[in-house]
Design a protein around this ligand. Structure first.
Ligand code: TPP
Ligand code: MG
Length: 796
């Protein structure tokens, strides 16, 4: 069924939209349906293939949302609005930007190819002005809530351009995204923060990948959203159907279609006009007026009538979008048909279906496109190209204003290590550093914003929050303080507050960090976001963390406390694999300091790195275990080593045959072992690794430079040059041993990697460290085994 050119039919409900605007939008809608299908067709059928892989693309998902996006981009959106587009509508977005002059033909022709338009809209890889990346279902929509919160935050503090109008944060989402739990976590958090100017437009085609949705899902969705304080606008029937409902017999038709199960409706959509007639005749022919109504439509017109859902009706869409003026978050539930206008419309297996060459040819002819003019942006339409060009240029979104900001970097003053007790933990150190910053009044301190999912105090942000307050659009006092309940925490809420307190859901932490970390490009406000979370619960929000990094949001993530060092807390709270996440996650630099003065040096570096064009985010893994701090000065040289990834805490003697390598708080065990081994083995050094991630990345980069003449040595190569080429290394960390085991490859040293490979359990540090073989005895045993091995080796 190719029903893109059907006549409007005999009846239509009235519209207030100017006829010329409608005519132009209908022409663009038709072109966008064609182009989005053609982009995918070209990628699959016309481009040479080298690997035999199916290229893919989603013609049905795209067709489903063409009318909605046409109405938005060519009439409703303003430049300050930000949009998250459902992942599988990427070709529609790229086609629209092509018509807007913001996307090149070459990128379209290379859709899903190297350097071509991306399969799913990408802020970093696409070049046609993507606001929010999408791909992982549910995250883009949730991000709009947090981006709205950040827009409020920046405006309340005068950090963004005060005169700039506030944008609407809009998500166009697939209905299956509503199955993702993270949306409901975000809705609740958004309600707590009274977010506004958020729109969700649900492409309610009642199909996901494998499934047709449960009947009456829309009722449930409406109720949930309304309970969260949202307005819900249901866009169900288009003007043509509304006209038919007004006729004699129309009530029965409305009731029939309202009660029609989703799967029957989809099947009839797929089968077309004759099937509709047969079914409606069977069910409704006894109702007065129905028979004559059906006779007024030929099969094509009847199919067009019965599929005239509001999500494909530009008039209904414009009336709804323009009719929504208040700032209350609003969800438009727009009924659509997956594959609308294409031969597999309504077929339950159409998610990844591609039109055949023959079907595409037929579609081309029915759309009025000549051979060789497939890529012509505005040709072959009922409206002359020049008129359409003018119409596009006059649309509000086409106004050539800056949509991507690059506010100047904030200068980072020196961050001294906090003075204090001989024994301290890195987490305490982090808290004291922030408290010291909170006492200052410079622009740097003003730009820091902290956030935490209900672990603010237990991650040592309390001192900072007491001084800087909690952000809320409306000021309110701390009732406990007013009632003279004694507490160390002073939690006053106000627009000036610099901490965003979140509920416990870690997904929301990472989405908040993502939104805060995009405030420079999206809201023209440079912020320095810091989020704290119990290290093990990074796993709980891992996809959202990856999502934030993927779109190059910039933030400092503090995972604390971490490891089995929080021994009595037991295996449910101890983190073991997070160092591997830190190393593996692109666009996230990972540090695990041993001492408090290192924390200060790393934070200074991080705030600068977060603002570099080719910088990224940073993850700091900290501990509550108190250890003795070295009495030393953080010289520029030491700081440079700390941020480069490591330094010799105890310099090995030239040609030393054994070195201990540690990261984080198990430095204490390394020092203890050194004292035990010193008598038997001379010149042992202790290498403190502050960032296995940075050392590894730089080492790999240096290797890649090999062959192009004399290459520069990586930091770790220079460090390991201090020991004998056949020296043995013993590495130790409070995390998976793989974190440091790669160090054996750098200079081909034999390495014994100690670390945590099993779930932890409750105990005290001596018990737990012994159980997991990361105590002093484990180091000494490893060394003994090596020495025995060496002796045995020689005997052989
Ligand atoms: C988190 C996540 N899980 C699974 C997928 C794989 N997937 C891609 S599309 C899709 C269903 C899409 O249905 P819907 O959101 O309704 O989109 P539409 O019907 O408009 O294509 C699934 C399961 C994904 N992209 N993201
Ligand atoms: Mg769907």
């Amino acid at each position: 069924m190719l029903n893109t050119t059907v006549s409007p039919g005999p009846n239509r409900a009235e519209t207030l939209i100017e006829p010329s605007k409608l005519r132009n939008l209908h022409a663009l809608e038709k072109k966008i349906l064609w182009l989005s299908s053609w982009i995918i067709h070209n990628a699959n059928h016309l481009r040479p293939k080298r690997d035999g892989l199916k290229v893919g693309g989603h013609q049905a998902s795209s067709a489903s949302v063409v009318s909605i996006l046409t109405a938005l981009f060519f009439d409703v959106l303003r430049p300050e609005d930000r949009v998250a587009i459902k992942p599988h509508a990427s070709p529609v977005f790229h086609a629209i930007q092509y018509l807007n002059g913001r996307q090149s033909l070459e990128k379209l022709q290379n859709f899903r190819a190297f350097n071509g338009a991306q399969a799913y809209p990408s802020r970093t890889k696409d070049t046609d002005d993507v606001d929010f990346s999408t791909g992982s279902e549910g995250l883009g929509a949730a991000l709009t809530i947090f981006s709205s919160l950040v827009q409020e935050y920046a405006a309340a503090k005068g950090l963004s351009d005060g005169d700039a109008p506030k944008g609407r944060m809009i998500a166009v989402l697939g209905d299956a995204e509503l199955d993702e739990g993270n949306l409901y976590e975000a809705l609740l958090e958004g309600w707590k923060h009274a977010v506004r100017n958020v729109w969700w437009i649900v492409d309610y085609n009642r199909q996901s990948l494998d499934r047709v949705l449960e009947d009456r899902s829309s009722q449930r969705i409406q109720e949930v959203l309304q309970a969260m304080g949202w307005n819900v606008v249901v866009l169900k029937y288009g003007k043509r159907l509304q006209g038919a409902f007004a006729r004699e017999g129309g009530d029965a038709l409305l009731q029939w279609i309202d009660n029609c199960p989703n799967s029957l409706y989809s099947a009839l959509v797929y089968r077309g006009g004759a099937a509709w007639r047969e079914r409606l005749n069977a069910d409704l022919r006894m109702v007065a007026g129905v028979r004559s109504m059906l006779e007024d439509y030929d099969d094509d017109a009847l199919a067009a009538l019965m599929t005239n859902l509001a999500g494909h009706d530009i008039e209904s869409l414009l009336e709804a979008f323009h009719g929504t003026r208040d700032e209350t978050p609003t969800c438009f539930l727009a009924y659509t048909i997956k594959g609308y206008g294409l031969p597999f419309a309504g077929h339950k297996d159409n998610h990844a279906a591609l039109m055949s060459v023959e079907q595409m040819d037929l579609f081309k002819r029915s759309t009025g496109i000549e051979d060789g003019e497939e890529w012509d942006p505005l040709g072959g339409l009922a409206v002359p190209a020049a008129e359409l060009r003018e119409f596009i240029a006059a649309s509000p979104f086409a106004r050539s204003v800056t949509r991507h900001y690059e506010p100047p970097a904030i200068a980072i003053p020196p961050i001294p290590a906090p003075s204090g007790s001989r024994s301290a933990s890195t987490q305490e150190g982090f808290g004291r550093i922030l408290t010291d910053i909170a006492r200052t009044q410079d622009d740097f301190a003003r730009r820091i914003v902290t956030t935490s999912p209900d672990v603010t105090v237990s991650t040592n942000l309390g001192g900072w929050v007491n001084r800087r307050g909690i952000f809320d659009r409306h000021a309110s006092t701390d009732e406990f303080a007013t009632a003279e309940v004694r507490s160390a925490q002073k939690w006053a809420l106000s627009p000036e507050g610099q901490h965003i307190e979140l509920g416990i859901a870690e997904n929301n932490l990472f989405l908040t960090l993502t939104a805060l970390g995009l405030s420079a490009p999206l809201h023209n406000a440079r912020l320095l976001p810091i989020g704290t979370v119990y290290d093990t619960f990074i796993g709980r929000g891992l996809d959202a963390l990856n999502y934030g990094c993927y779109q190059d949001a910039r933030f400092l993530l503090v995972g604390t406390p971490s490891g089995i060092s929080l021994a009595p807390e037991g295996g449910a709270h101890q983190s073991t694999i997070t160092p591997l996440i830190g190393i593996g996650q692109p666009k996230l630099r990972f540090f695990e300091p041993s001492y408090v003065d290192e924390v200060a040096a790393i934070m200074h570096w991080s705030f600068e790195y977060m603002q570099l064009k080719d910088g990224g985010s940073v993850y700091l893994r900290l501990s509550t275990r108190r250890i003795e701090q070295p009495e030393r000065e953080m010289t520029a040289d030491l700081a440079a080593n700390v941020v480069a990834g490591g330094y010799w805490l105890i310099e090995p003697a030239p040609g030393a045959v054994l070195a201990l390598i540690c990261t984080g708080v198990v430095v204490a065990e390394a020092i203890q072992a050194l004292q035990e081994l010193r008598e038997d083995i001379e010149g042992i050094g202790i290498l403190v690794v502050t960032s296995s991630d940075r050392l590894h990345a730089e080492w790999l980069a240096a290797q890649r430079g090999q062959g192009s003449g004399a290459r520069t040595l990586a930091h770790i190569e220079k460090l390991l040059a201090h020991v004998s080429p056949d020296a043995t290394l013993v590495s130790i960390c409070d995390g998976h041993p793989l974190n440091l085991s790669w160090l054996g490859s750098v200079a081909r040293n034999r390495i014994f990697p100690l670390g945590v490979e099993r779930f932890g359990q409750s105990g005290d540090i001596p018990d737990i460290f012994a159980e997991h073989h990361i105590d002093c005895d484990a180091i000494v045993d490893s060394v003994a085994r090596i020495l025995v091995g060496k002796v045995e080796g020689r005997a052989d």
